[in-house]
Ligand binder design. Structure first.
Ligand code: FAD
Ligand code: NAG
Ligand code: NAG
Length: 632
């Protein structure tokens, strides 16, 4: 654990006395530290970024490269702790429902048995990049090209590719315990950006079974899941460091974009523990209001202490797909009559705020593995095994270096036979007259499907991850997730009240469109067939979920309504697009009706991409920083 000790020592260098810093470009604030807050407030900032998450810290770091800028970041969560669940890849998920998780729940889901679905989100510097499962993939080329076609001018695969590359530092695979040869395409990667990307040195036996079995099911090996084609199965690339202090450790937007610079970048001030409650405006010009600053409070205290800081150039909202629309509404930007019903004065009437919510709904087929199979279940239950695994990890080896190490993306034509595929297209076409999803989006999704953009993702998880709180004791599990990448359901996120500390109402409308359930049903059948392939079945004892009593299509669909959950990928609630088309921001990410309020996070995505979205969050932030530097 030598490097872990070194890592703690480095953290100890973090100044605890604020006296030492003339310009407090780094804050460690607790509720009693009004002094530091006051000193920070006396500074003049050119830019204030709200939300030090995945996109927020990336954009703040890039902005602060400009010496004439001074940047303040307000983040509700704390500086990243050395919590094992943050640092150790194999322990991702153990931070759920802890202090660093907002732990949202959706509204009861009308088409999913009235259940509330749990939505973890990072409440920590790094945001959800500190809580996620680290998979590093880009969507299909046609997914991004749809943004441009829908009115987000200049946002397409070709224009984003340089920014994807700018963010990443790709490491070619080194040896692994299975002697597997991950396939990749170095030409699509960047090698000098801040976000380290690597392949795990450890592959579980049952993951090899998945990788080989799915090829027997007609799925080819992908060229590279970051090449814009994403056609098949791959050993996963992940946000995990190689070498140095970050060897086999999770890489977040804090470790990548902030840790290397905070000691020297005196024009960047990062304030954890601060929750923004409202954007402040100069409304002299009613048709084009100007953001002048941000009001905020201690995130952990319900009363007292309201501060404000002013921004001379721009205010940037990076609070994520859930809280960016919440903050816009709290600030008077949203549907005017709705806001007035909540006691908020309208500043800009913008009915698109909080609408257009899209997610990737998921189900998990759970297999009990044969006795003696090595999984994380035993490590979670047995402190001696856990200690041994951690000791191995500290040496850069073993099961805890691994996260989602194999992923597969299937287009509709590969998942379904020809007659089912044409049936699916008929169902999609019928949605053109639906009131839930805009016709233009249905048309784009059909075009994407025809272009081979994946409809379904399958991934293997090395631990019980089913519908119950836990599996049976002393049983090793393999969880096989099917995640729908092109949902045709759209939902919304709106404030529940004008209290900034109250959680907003989240309603993803899971399974509102029948086609979503149809694809998930076929995906569950596919996973059952996969489990029967020789390559994978050799490890399996029996199916735990849905279980043998669930057989007919109707029973499977009923089960899906009982278990459908999130792949944790909400987007779209402040979408880029024309104001008369429910757009919230323009193609420069500036909120309509304002001159200088930008949104930089996944809420600006007009439509979803068929993949894990963290690389897209970094690319959006990189492009946004360029837009702001060009303007200045
Ligand atoms: C459990 C989980 C697993 C995932 N797995 C993967 C994966 O394997 N690969 C992948 O690519 N993606 C994954 N994702 C998705 C991905 O991590 C997120 O989509 C992405 O990080 C979102 O980035 P963001 O910048 O939009 O928001 P976030 O990173 O969530 O940042 C928002 C930040 O704003 C802060 N904030 C909110 N409101 C306020 C306020 N009022 N004042 C101050 N601060 C505020 C929050 O605390 C947070 O730090 C996963 C997500 C989760 C939750
Ligand atoms: C908020 O309170 C929790 C629980 O006491 C604590 O763990 C966390 O560090 C606090 N967050 C901040 C930002 O101070
Ligand atoms: C297509 O697949 C479905 C589901 O597996 C099956 O019921 C149907 O018979 C198949 N059709 C053809 C023509 O093979």
């Amino acid at each position: 654990m030598k490097s872990a000790v070194a890592f703690s020592l480095l953290l100890a260098l973090v100044p605890s006395s604020t006296e030492a810093i003339k310009l407090p470009h780094f804050g460690r604030i607790d509720a009693n530290d009004n002094d530091l807050v006051q000193r920070v407030l006396k500074q003049e900032y050119t830019h204030i970024v709200v939300g030090g998450g995945n996109a927020g810290l990336a954009v703040a770091s890039r902005l602060s490269e400009e010496p004439t800028f001074s940047v303040l970041v307000l983040e509700a969560g704390t500086w990243q702790p050395l919590t094992p669940g943050v640092v150790v890849p194999g322990l991702a998920g153990t931070t759920f429902n802890t202090d660093i998780d907002w732990a949202f729940y959706t509204q009861p889901q009308e088409h999913a048995k009235g259940r509330r679905v749990y939505w973890p989100r990072g409440k920590i510097l790094g945001g959800s990049s500190a809580l996620n499962f680290m998979a590093w993939t880009r969507g299909h080329k046609s997914d991004y090209d749809s943004w441009d076609a829908l009115g987000a001018k200049g946002w397409n695969w070709n224009s984003l590719l340089p920014y994807f590359k700018k963010s990443e530092k790709f490491s070619t695979p080194s040896s692994n315990n299975q002697n597997a040869q991950p396939v990749y395409d170095a030409s699509v990667h960047g090698t000098s950006g801040p976000v380290q990307i690597s392949f795990s040195p450890y592959i579980s036996d049952q993951f090899t079974g998945f990788y080989e079995g799915i090829q027997k099911m007609g799925v080819s090996v992908a060229n590279d899941l970051n090449d814009g084609k994403m056609d098949g199965v791959a050993w996963s690339q992940s946000t995990i460091g190689k070498g140095g202090l970050l060897n086999e450790r999770r890489v977040t937007s804090q470790t990548a974009y902030i840790d290397p610079i905070w000691l020297t970048r005196s024009n960047l001030c990062v304030l954890p523990g601060m929750q923004a409650t409202r954007v402040l405006f100069d409304t002299t010009n009613k048709d084009n209001v100007k953001a002048t600053g941000v009001e905020f409070t201690f995130a952990n205290i319900t009363t007292g202490h309201t501060f404000s800081a002013s921004a001379t150039r721009e205010v940037i909202l990076s609070a994520g797909s859930i809280q960016t629309p919440q903050l816009l509404e709290l600030s008077g930007i949203g549907d005017a009559s709705f806001l007035e019903s909540k006691g908020i004065n309208s500043v800009v009437d913008l009915p698109g705020v909080g609408e257009n919510l899209a997610d990737h709904p998921a189900i998990v087929v759970v297999e009990k593995l044969k006795e003696g199979s090595k999984t994380l279940d035993a490590i979670g239950a047995n402190p001696i095994l856990a200690g041994a695994a951690l000791a191995e990890w500290a040496l850069g080896k073993g099961i805890l270096t691994q996260e989602l190490s194999t992923l597969a993306y299937l287009d509709s034509q590969t998942l379904l036979n020809a007659s089912d595929h044409s049936r699916a297209l008929t169902m999609m076409n019928r949605l053109k007259s639906s009131s839930n999803i805009p016709t233009a989006q249905v048309e784009q999704q059909i075009a994407q499907v025809k272009a081979g953009s994946p409809i379904m993702e399958f991934l293997a998880i090395n631990v019980y991850f089913g519908a119950n709180a836990a599996g049976e004791p002393n049983v090793p599990y393999l969880s096989l997730a099917a995640c729908a990448q092109k949902s045709f359901s759209r939902g919304s996120i709106h404030i529940a009240s004008n209290d900034p500390k109250a959680y907003p109402n989240i309603d993803p409308q899971y399974l509102q469109a029948d086609i979503d359930k149809f694809y998930l049903m076929r995906a569950a059948q596919f996973l059952r067939e996969l489990a029967k392939t020789d390559a994978l079945s050799q490890y399996i004892d029996s199916e735990a979920e849905p279980g043998p009593e669930v057989q007919s299509e109707q029973q499977l669909e009923d089960w899906i309504e009982n278990v459908v959950r999130t792949e944790y990928h909400p987007i779209g609630t402040a979408k880029m697009g024309a104001r008369n088309d429910q757009g919230v921001v323009d193609e420069n990410l500036i909120v309509h009706g304002t001159s200088n309020l930008r949104v930089v996070d996944l809420s600006v995505m007009p439509m979803h991409v068929s993949t894990h979205p963290q690389s897209t969050a970094y690319a959006i932030a990189e492009k946004a920083a360029d837009l702001m530097r060009q303007k200045a």
